[in-house]
Design a protein around this ligand. Structure first.
Ligand code: GLU
Length: 409
């Protein structure tokens, strides 16, 4: 199933419970603008590579549009559109004053030199600078992009529009970035996992956790969950997986990953395949990599009782249904990974006020916002007797829908 079919299927499930008219469904699902551009790049060896870049701006009823930029070989129209709609619901679930957007370039960054990555980024900004901006649409990191890429985006945008660091978030701390932005998505995943356990009257201390993906989100989630007393017994990246029933030493693994750029062959654990991580014998499964990894083929083999969606769109609807039948509780992406965009919002606020917050303030404001989103979603799930995912969609779609109706067309 495509990413867009997955996102639409969850939208329709919530819209059915809400009793939304078909006209309203079409209005809310249709993106405001889709931009697709040529990104022509001169490679270091002199040959020309022609890449395709995307920016989909889905909805701006609640504020400027917001969402990451993904540089990955699987980026296409369908995926970017799906992820843009998820951003509209996500910003609404945590009630920050943004709409939703997403962008990307179909490229394998592992095959680019640093110079090529910089040129591709700047060329992309040349093509889209007039449709983005601090009051229009604010990009941020996603898979394959990082603080350095955001610094180049800011610098290139400012060549056209003048000083304006709020035009992009996730920047380096030394260049108008926010303390706590880099850790925010992973830390939010850990905080929400703990909140879910508290709500279930279970102790997170000693809980066994599997995390698929050890990039920015997976590694910070692992670090904070360990600090909270949980045990990460399985993890992986695109090159392979690791299992250690006693708990992997995450501080060591982070050091190993910094040096080798992979978790593969880490001496403190046994090697398994990347996909075996999904069916590991654990209490909590955290997909923190690409979309669509939990599907009809493997959902019956998942042994965790909780799935925390750190990745965007990791669960296909068939798997979601199987999890519901099997009483596996899923904390959906549009809440579980909303820590990143929430701290992006704090960065944007700080840039606009020219006032820097301390890390403690960033963390405590983030915790407050995530707790409010969690409580609201749980209340809707209990009242309407629906899953946490359908409840989160009801909350997000409801807030976007009300803003749309109040403003008028
Ligand atoms: N790419 C992240 C997401 O999917 C962060 C977006 C942002 O900070 O704007 O939520």
């Amino acid at each position: 199933m495509s990413s867009l079919e997955t996102a639409n299927s969850y939208f329709e499930q919530a819209a059915d419970v809400m009793g939304l008219s078909s006209n309203m469904r079409t209005l809310l699902k249709t993106p405001l603008r889709e931009v697709k551009v040529q990104v022509a790049l001169e490679m270091d060896d002199g040959h020309i590579s022609t890449l395709i870049g995307y920016r989909v701006q889905h909805d701006k009823a609640r504020g400027p549009m917001k969402g990451g930029l993904r540089f990955h070989p699987e980026v296409d129209d369908d995926e970017v559109q799906a992820l843009a709609t998820l951003m509209s619901w996500k910003t609404a679930v945590v009630n920050i004053p943004y709409g939703g957007a997403k962008g990307g370039i179909t490229v394998d960054t592992h095959k680019l030199s640093a110079g090529e990555l910089e040129r591709v980024t700047r060329k992309f900004v040349d093509e889209i600078h007039d449709v983005i901006g601090p009051d229009k649409d604010i990009p941020a990191p996603d898979m394959g992009t990082n603080a350095q890429v955001m610094a180049w985006i800011m610098n290139q945008y400012e060549k056209f529009h003048g000083f304006n660091p709020a035009c992009v978030t996730g920047k380096p701390v030394e260049l108008h970035g926010a303390d706590g932005r880099e850790e925010a998505t992973g830390r939010g995943v850990a905080v929400l996992t703990r909140t879910l356990f508290e709500h279930q009257k279970r102790d997170l201390a000693g809980a066994r956790i599997a995390i698929q993906g050890f990039g920015n989100v997976g590694s910070f989630a692992a670090k904070f969950l360990c600090e909270m007393g949980a045990k990460v017994t399985a993890t992986s990246d695109a090159h392979g997986g690791l299992v250690n029933e006693e708990g992997i030493d995450i501080a060591e693994l982070i050091r190993y990953h910094d040096e080798h750029k992979t978790v593969k062959d880490f001496p403190g654990a046994d090697a398994v395949s990347n996909t075996e991580i999904l069916t590991a014998d654990v209490d909590v499964l955290i997909p923190a990599a690409i979309g669509g990894v939990l599907n009809a083929e493997n959902a019956r083999d998942v042994r965790a009782q909780y799935v925390i969606e750190a990745a965007n769109n990791p669960t296909e609807p068939e798997a979601d249904e199987i999890f519901e039948q099997r009483n596996i509780l899923v904390l959906p992406d549009i809440l579980a990974n909303a820590g990143g965009v929430t701290v992006s919002y704090f960065e944007w606020v700080q840039n606009r006020q020219h006032f820097r917050w301390e890390l403690d303030r960033v963390r405590s404001e983030l915790d407050r916002i995530l707790a409010a989103g969690f409580n609201r979603v749980v209340t809707i799930a209990e009242e309407k007797k629906v899953s946490l995912r359908v409840a989160a969609y009801i909350l997000g779609i409801g807030r976007v829908g009300r803003a749309t109706v109040l403003a008028g067309l």
